[in-house]
Design a protein around this ligand. Structure first.
Ligand code: PEP
Length: 271
């Protein structure tokens, strides 16, 4: 399958920013900015949990979709401070980011917890964006490929090719997140292709002869800006962007969506 049959996705991770009123204003500004446009990529906003309801209401009837930045994998129970997949679907979230490097770094998330969360997301029909990527030390030690392969393989453990149909992966080199230093586009494309090949190999080893990875959108994330997005999104194996800092202002995020529109028009991938 060529890139033309995969979705283009522009997702914004608002991290721990925005009060409810600020989140509503930003969501409205983004929805207004794309109003009436044809050939849009999938647009996904991931506000903090406290603003999910407001952002979902602000985006109702627009092409803008909403997701969460994280979730607990269990459905309910004595897990103080956690939010379950049932709660996300109940509030109307469609997407969930899983295994963001800030979760791995500050909240001890492991490849095993990413796998549990991916299974829970798929079970509850939440569209998962699984984040993988190497640290600076790992890149300097030439471990990028092995780290990324291990993260992808572990995320997919005990899942079938049919089950992972809705999967999206984001390649987010940790050293590029929030640093202003983007991964060079050709290198990001190389790792995106490696992720896709890893997915295909994983399921091939289970007897699936289809190249499963060819169907999986792979996004790039790490200091994506309006000035870098277009070049990044013309790479054949990069199907979109997961954007942190530059998703916090409509005037920065809208040009990145416009770069996604260009990719859609080049590939005809909007379905
Ligand atoms: C992110 O939060 O996933 C991210 C890539 O952040 P930034 O764009 O700020 O580097």
């Amino acid at each position: 399958m060529s890139s033309s049959s995969r979705k283009t996705i522009i997702a914004g991770n608002w991290k721990m920013y925005k009060t409810r009123a600020q989140a509503r204003d930003l969501a409205k500004a983004i929805a207004d900015g794309v109003k009436g446009q044809k050939g849009l990529p999938e647009i996904v906003l991931c506000p903090p949990f406290t603003s999910l309801h407001d952002v979902i209401a602000a985006c109702a009837g627009t092409p803008v979709q909403v997701g969460a930045q994280n979730m607990e994998y269990r459905e309910e129970g004595a897990y103080t401070g956690e939010i379950s997949p049932l709660m996300l679907t109940d509030v109307g979230a469609k997407w969930v980011v899983i295994g963001h490097s800030e979760r791995r770094q500050y909240y001890n998330e492991s490849n095993a917890s990413v796998n549990a969360k991916l299974k829970a997301a798929l079970k509850h029909k939440l569209l998962p964006i699984v984040c993988v990527g190497e640290s600076l030390d790992e890149r300097d030690a030439n471990l990028t490929d092995s780290v990324v392969r291990r993260q992808v393989g572990a995320a997919l453990a005990d899942l079938t090719a049919a089950e992972v149909g809705p999967l999206v992966v984001a390649y987010e080199p940790v050293w590029a997140i929030g640093t202003g230093k983007s991964c060079e586009s050709k290198e990001a494309n190389r790792v995106a292709a490696l992720i896709r090949a890893t997915i295909s190999d994983h399921f091939h080893a289970q007897g699936d002869t289809d190249k499963v990875g060819d169907h999986v959108p792979v996004l790039y994330g790490g200091s994506v800006k309006p000035s870098t997005a277009e070049e990044q999104l013309t790479e054949p194996d990069i199907d979109g962007a997961l954007v942190g800092g530059a998703s916090l202002k409509a005037e920065d995020f809208l040009p990145i969506i416009a770069a996604g529109c260009k990719r859609v028009s080049l590939s005809g991938s909007r379905k």
